[in-house]
Design a binder for this molecule. Structure first.
Ligand code: SF4
Length: 218
């Protein structure tokens, strides 16, 4: 039988994307991991529980860099990267400390997240990211708590309090990190003006994203 070999790092645009975990505290209605069978543009992101260590990730990233440098190192998924907060921070710390050369210490590091890390870990984790993470893109998707619940479908423990915790995460990130973006997957029922207003009060920039299913191919 052919051995299952999941993709741990993959290229997209000018970045190298890191697939740290498939675990996620939400089941967003627009998530394509099921309809795309855990594939993403030719990469099999199904880790089948075998989450990579920071050493695994950095070894692969160094090999990619040697093949061709990239502009950004992005923690992404399928899965919520902050479910592995310690591993994520360890990777970033090793890059910043020069222990992952030839990756440059000042390599731009971005986190794509659903923003629930403070809720999941029961503390404000943003200060731990200071000096390590350059940019966080938070998939917020609505300015309305009920619509946030409908679109993000959080697991029970975070269904009632999650929206406020995500807003808190964004506010903290906008104070401590160089770039904070609140993103929204387009939908006719989302009030974009209200979304932009909320993002502004939280100190975040806004990114409106198309639904991936509407793309011609993957
Ligand atoms: S946070 Fe990402 S991986 Fe998790 S359900 Fe949403 S889109 Fe899918």
């Amino acid at each position: 039988m052919e051995e299952h070999k999941p993709t741990i790092v993959y290229r997209y645009g000018e970045g190298l994307y890191v697939n740290l975990t498939n675990r996620c505290p939400t089941a967003c209605v627009f998530c394509v991991k099921n309809s795309w069978k855990m594939e993403y543009r030719g990469s099999d992101l199904n880790l089948q529980g075998a989450e990579p260590s920071p050493a695994d990730v950095l070894a692969l990233a160094k090999a990619e860099w040697a093949a061709a440098p990239f502009k950004e190192f992005v923690f992404c998924g399928y899965g919520e990267p902050t479910m592995r907060l310690e591993a994520l921070l360890a990777c970033a710390r090793m890059i910043r400390n020069g222990r992952a050369e030839p990756l440059p210490r000042n390599l731009r590091i971005r986190l794509n997240t659903n923003g629930l890390a403070n809720a999941v870990w029961g503390r404000n984790v943003v200060p731990e990211m200071k000096g390590l993470i350059d940019s966080v893109h938070v998939s917020l998707n609505s300015a309305d708590p009920a619509q946030w619940r409908e679109r993000m479908r959080p697991m029970d423990p975070w269904a009632d309090t999650g929206f406020e915790k995500v807003k808190e995460f964004i506010r903290e990130a906008s104070l401590l990190l160089p770039e904070t973006v609140a993103s929204v997957v387009e939908d006719k029922d989302v009030d974009l003006a209200r979304f932009r207003g909320l993002a502004a009060t939280l100190g975040a920039e806004v990114r409106v994203r198309p639904r991936l299913e509407t793309e011609a191919g993957k």
